[in-house]
Structures are given as structure tokens and as C-alpha cells.
Design a binder for this molecule. Sequence first.
Ligand code: G6Q
Length: 553
Amino acid sequence: MQKLTELSSWKALEAHFEQIKDVHMRDLFEQDASQSESRFKKFSTQMDDILLDFSKNRINDETFRLLCDLAKEADVEQWRDQMYSGEPINISEFRPVLHTALRNRSNSPVYVDGENVMPKINRVLAQIRYFTERVRGGHLRGYSGHLITDVVNIGIGGSDLGPHVVCDSMKPYAQRGMNVHFVSNVDPTHLTEILKSVKPESTLFIISSKTFTTQETMLNAHSARQWFVELTGNEKAVARHFVAVTVNKKSATEFGILEENMFEFWDWVGGRYSLWSAIGLPIALYLGMDHFEELLDGAHAMDMHFKSAPIEKNMPVILALLGIWYNNFFDAQSHAVMAYNQYLRRLPAYLQQLDMESNGKTINREGERVDYLTGPIIWGETGSNCQHAFFQLFHQGTKPVPVDFLIPAQSKNPLGEQHCVLLSNYFAQTRALMRGKTEAEARAELEEAGYAADMIEEVLPHKIFEGNKPTNSILFKNLDPRTLGALLAMYEHKVFVQGVIWNINSFDQWGVEYGKQLASEIQQELAAREQTSSYDDSTNELINYCMSLKFSD
Ligand code: G6Q
């Protein structure tokens, strides 16, 4: 592939950036007000009831045209089609990338090595339905006849964050009397605190691990098993209370899990893209299979939009292009996501893995070091909490931070006028960030507030807001399973498009593997409880000091 920075659209964007970098969005809005097509009309798009308004960005018609040219010149559409059709686009692990097949509700064939994978996807979905309906309906009970009231998912990274964000966000759809818990951290506190709140006879443990070798998950799984056997005194009952989601059936069998309680997925499903597979088992147990399928339906609808909408109206492509505009031209180091919805409080954690594990890369697909910025730092909080914490930096700080603002029009818990106030804050913030407050406006406010003339001169500089801070507004009717599925798929595809344009492989994670390898070396030294001199001076001294503090096992 031609080098990104040598593409003609890239060069044109560089030249265009010099012209537009100091233009204020206030002026862009004013200029567009006299045009036949309004700025909102030009710079907004919709998929189902999800509206993306991207008009509050530092773009004009020319910027948008050039960004769309970039997507075309970087072959985004061809890469997308290769992904959907099962080409091995994960080039460092030699695999296809087929999370879209997991939610392919059209059931059209998808081939991997000449085999249509849809029948096996459908078989696992049917297995999940059968199992979850029996548990939820009280037909499949604990070893002593108790109803299953608690599901504990033991998994980390991709085997935790996806199902976790969905279960948290979809709480209003959960079956009464069914609780779900997520244990991920190898810190023993995580498991211990959760076990305090459940009873063995009514708890179902899901060991979620693609590889079934991840140290944290295996340790937590064995500790949970030990706790279970100690409290019940019934080793045989493990088979009734532990199920596995994995591609590694052999290790799951060795753990004591029955074949019928294993839920399979495949190596062409990446960990952070796996919530749509059997990794979604806790979702189906907590929300019911119908709701899990609605989530898949929503993701599929977004897949179809991504596949067929023209670039100029394609939501994930537009989000990706705008991200590149700020990342590579304005040098924005981070991208923030503010969901004005308490149920979405885990969204930033999920997106951090999705985006930063996918696009935190410096080597391009040809194996060379890139000479431009790739994936940004992703972070976020729920609104309106964020306004009372770090929004000050957005309004008056020196760092550019593009922000996505999400909100449902309807609340699941209407209470007086509270949702209306939440909405008002949502609209007010993006408007304020776009417009800022001029010196004249600030002065007029101070005068109206009765400030003395000398006081006005003193405080005036502090009351001015530069504005021109870019935001995307994502507004939808309701936070239901279908919409959530579509939103998560939208971000997946955004990340994919950016990876294609940056010419990196978004589907490996060698940094994660490196972390796994490093810790196991040091763990052996720690277990020996002897002074070490194996590492650098800092690491040696830290380990030896920790020894002197008599650390816990
Ligand atoms: C995700 C990563 C990583 C992975 C975890 C858990 O894309 O590969 O976060 O999901 O390391 O791995 P296992 O599911 O194999 O335990």
C-alpha cells in the first residue's frame, strides 16, 4: 500500500489544515446559515433512530470531502468487504476477523477455509437458548434443588468487559431475582468480596476464557472451585455449578466441566470482539435470550449500515475520519466519550480496550514503524458527573480533546424533571464548547451582574471561553438492547476504519501477551522468596523491599 502520508488526499488535507486550523466554528455555522443546505443537514446522519450530529466539528465542506477521499484512497471499502467475507486480515495471527458473522441475522453463508460457519454459530446460539431458558425457568437448578439466583462470570479483558458493559447497561431488562457478578482481577479481593454476597447452592460460575490458560482467570476459577467444594463438601456438584466458554475444550474438561456445559467459540473471534459469541452467556442468563438476540439484531443493523451506506453518510466511517482529523492534524492525544446515562457507566472501560488494544500500534502492516500518530487515549465518564469534575479542562484548558456525547431521549426511570435537566445539560455543553464566550459577551454578563468597572477588568480574562472545541452528538430514543448492540458495533467499525487508514493490524494484541509472559517470570522468583539480582536495579530493589515487608501469597 502507498504510504499514508503520501496519499494525495492526505497531502491535500495537510494543505487544507493550514487554511482552516484557526477558523472558528461560530464562523462556520454563520457561513453555512446562508447556504441552501443547512450545516446540520450536511453534517448529520442517522441509522434507525440513532442520530449522529457531527456539525459541531472543525470542518467545512472541503474538509469533509477530503476526509471522505482519504477513506476511499485508503481502500476502506475493500478492507471492510474482506473482513465481512472472512479473508485472513489479522495478518500477525493469520486469521479471519468474523465478529460480524456472530450477529449475521440474515444467516447468509460466511466461509472460513471453504466451510460455511453459520451452522455452527446457530448451533451455539441454540445451545445458549436451551441452557439459559432452563436456568431462568428454574428447570436447571443447583445440586441441592435451589434455584440459580446468581451468575458469577470469571474472565478478564475481552472475556469480561463486553458482557460486563452490556449487563450493566441493560439492567432494566434483567429477570427479577437473577443477579450477575463479574470477577476479573487477580487481586484476591475481587473474588472474595463477590463470594461474600452469594451462596454456593444458588450460584452458577461461568469460566470465560478463550484460551483457558489466562493466569488471572484460571487462578480465580480454581479459588472459586475450592470455595464451592469447601462450603458444599460436594466435589461432584462442581459439574452442576461450573460451565465454561472457551475454544479450549481439553483444558475445560480437565477443570471438571461437562462437555454439555461447554460453550464454544472460535479463533476467528478476537477477545475484545467476542461479546456476540458464547462469551455473551452471562448476558443471556441475566437478560434472557430474546434480549441477547435483540442486541445481535442491533449490531447486525449497524453492520448492514456500515456495509451499504455511502461514505458520506456512514456513521462509523465518519466518526473514524473525524478522529483522524484531530489525532493526526490537530495532534489531539486523547478522545473522550461522555454518556449522559448512568447505565452506560462502564462504556469508557469497554471502549478503552476496544480502541486502545486494537489501535495502540506503531508497526504498520508491512512491518515498518509508522511516522504518524495512531490510536488515541480513550477515556470518559457519565454526564452530568463529568461536568463537575474535568470539563473545566475542555472549556478552558490548553489540550484539544474531541468528545462524543451520547444520550437517550427517554429515561428508563423518569423522576420529576430530572431527565429533562440531564438533556438540557447535554445540549448546553456541546453548544458552549462550540461557541465559547467572547470578551464582549463575558463583559456584558459581568456588567449585568453589577461588577464594578475595575473588578471587571481584573476578572474578565478568566471569564472568556475560546470555544471551537469539537464534539459529536449521538442521540437515540431509548437505551434498549437493539440500540446498545448498534452503538457497540458502531464503535467497533470506527476502530476498524481508523486501523485501515493508519495501515496497522487492529486485531492482534502482542502487548497483552508480553504482559502475561513478564509476570510469570517474576512470579517464580517471588514464590522462591529469596533476594533477587536478576533484573535491573530498580526492579531488584522493589522486589527485595517487598520481600522485607513479608508479602502475602
Ligand atoms: C482481547 C485480548 C485480551 C483477552 C484476555 C483474556 O482482545 O486478547 O483482553 O481477552 O487476555 O483472554 P482469554 O479469554 O484467553 O482468557
